[in-house]
Design a protein around this ligand. Structure first.
Ligand code: B12
Length: 329
């Protein structure tokens, strides 16, 4: 997240990248609704202050949740936050149903609802800057729950809760970063502890150049390693041709990537299409993450994984199709 104080101003291309709202749309809203209202830099180019970029993030989330631009773009940030907390009507075909927003539901995703007695104290530690206590709480949870349950029942809802708390201004940007760094190092240490079974499929894990969110992929890696898969993690923001080169070099069976809701849908679709085009023939492409385009218009030739809970079945199905034995349980 960009800091909200200080003189930081973003150009239109950076705002497009950050919010996933296209440059054309930003210009249309400016003309039509008077928002955003960027100043001009020394070269006469649009320069957006942090508070406007934050409001654009809120708008993007509301659009994803089914709101119409005409209704929400003119509203101030507090009203947008209140809307994100409330149930929203979403058109489904010709019927209209009420879907609760992620923030209103507390956490999202079937089977991924966190237990508030467990999440609450951990978020309190983060909010009160008790990082050692947070770390200790997470460590104890790993020991008590085991890695698989820790990932599915704690990491997913806690990470989402942290995102929601940040979005409603209850956690600072630096605290979200602190949380991400902490979880990342804990998960990496736990993954390193899992004895390597070295079974198929051989999987390359990465995110594409516009994607800086790597926690979802790391959680997926933990579960894949527990299934005995051989994993080659490459981290975030990698060009498609580099991912393909790694897949070719290690004769990967599967390339697994993650796409959060942050980038524009067009970026996600074109990056996945490019990746598929450059992958060695026969490599399967698994895509996880919460970008709405994955559910609405999944790019061809990709296997969209809706949640981490599907990993065991996915690996089992791949092994059955390839005729290789499943991991002993
Ligand atoms: C942690 C975090 C960050 C960290 C990332 C650190 C890191 N190393 O990953 C930091 C602080 C750096 C960050 C930065 C930004 N973030 Co951020 N971030 C989050 C947060 C809190 C968690 C994201 C996450 O890890 N999710 C992982 C899991 C828990 O959820 P998931 O993505 O739905 O994935 C599930 C499945 O799909 C599956 N899965 C995911 N990947 C894969 C892959 C495979 C192979 C498989 C099988 C399964 C699988 O696992 C998950 C559980 O089921 C979310 C809030 C949220 N609710 O998700 C915001 C969020 C994604 N971020 C957001 C934004 C806007 C940004 C920034 C643009 C902000 C800014 N102005 O700088 C930047 C963009 C960075 C970039 N270019 O990508 C928005 C996006 C909303 C939108 N529609 O625009 C969110 C939703 C926050 C919000 N409430 O507004 N962020």
């Amino acid at each position: 997240m960009i800091p909200s104080d200080g003189p930081v101003r973003l150009g239109i291309a950076a705002v497009e990248r950050e919010t996933g709202l296209s440059k054309d749309l930003l210009r249309v809203w400016e003309r039509r609704y008077g928002f955003p209202a960027p100043s001009r830099d020394a070269f006469g180019e649009r320069a957006y202050p942090a508070d406007q970029v934050d409001r654009l993030h809120l708008l993007r989330r509301l659009l994803d949740a089914g709101h119409r631009p005409g209704r929400v773009v003119p509203l101030p940030a507090e009203r947008l936050r209140a809307l994100l907390e409330a149930p929203v009507p979403v058109p489904v075909g010709r019927a209209r149903v009420v879907r609760r927003t992620r923030a209103a539901a507390g956490v999202a995703g079937v089977g991924e609802r966190g237990d508030d007695r467990m999440l609450g104290p951990l978020v309190d530690h983060l909010r009160a800057n008790r990082v050692d206590a947070l770390q200790q709480g997470l460590r104890q949870a790993i020991v008590g729950m085991g890695l698989e349950r820790f990932v599915l029942d704690l990491c997913v809802p806690l990470t989402r809760r942290v995102g929601d708390e940040w979005a409603r201004g209850a956690l600072a940007i630096y605290q979200e970063h602190q949380y991400s760094e902490l979880l990342q190092s804990l998960l990496r240490a736990e993954i390193a502890r899992v004895p390597r079974a070295g079974l198929a499929p051989q999987i390359v894990l990465a995110t594409l150049p516009m994607e800086g969110h790597g926690l979802g992929l790391l959680m997926a890696e933990a579960l894949l390693v527990l299934e005995g898969c051989s994993c080659l993690p490459l981290g975030t923001r990698l060009p498609a041709r580099e991912i393909a080169a790694a897949a070719a070099a290690c004769r990967a069976d599967v390339v697994a990537v993650s796409c959060s809701a942050a980038p524009a849908a067009t970026q996600v679709t074109s990056a996945l299409t490019e990746l598929h085009a450059v992958l060695p023939r026969g490599t399967t492409l698994w895509v996880g993450g919460s970008h709405p385009v994955l559910q609405r218009r999944p790019p061809p030739a990709t296997v969209v994984v809706a949640s981490l809970g599907e990993i065991r079945g996915l690996v089992g199905a791949w092994r059955a199709a390839a005729g290789v034995p499943d991991a002993p349980t």
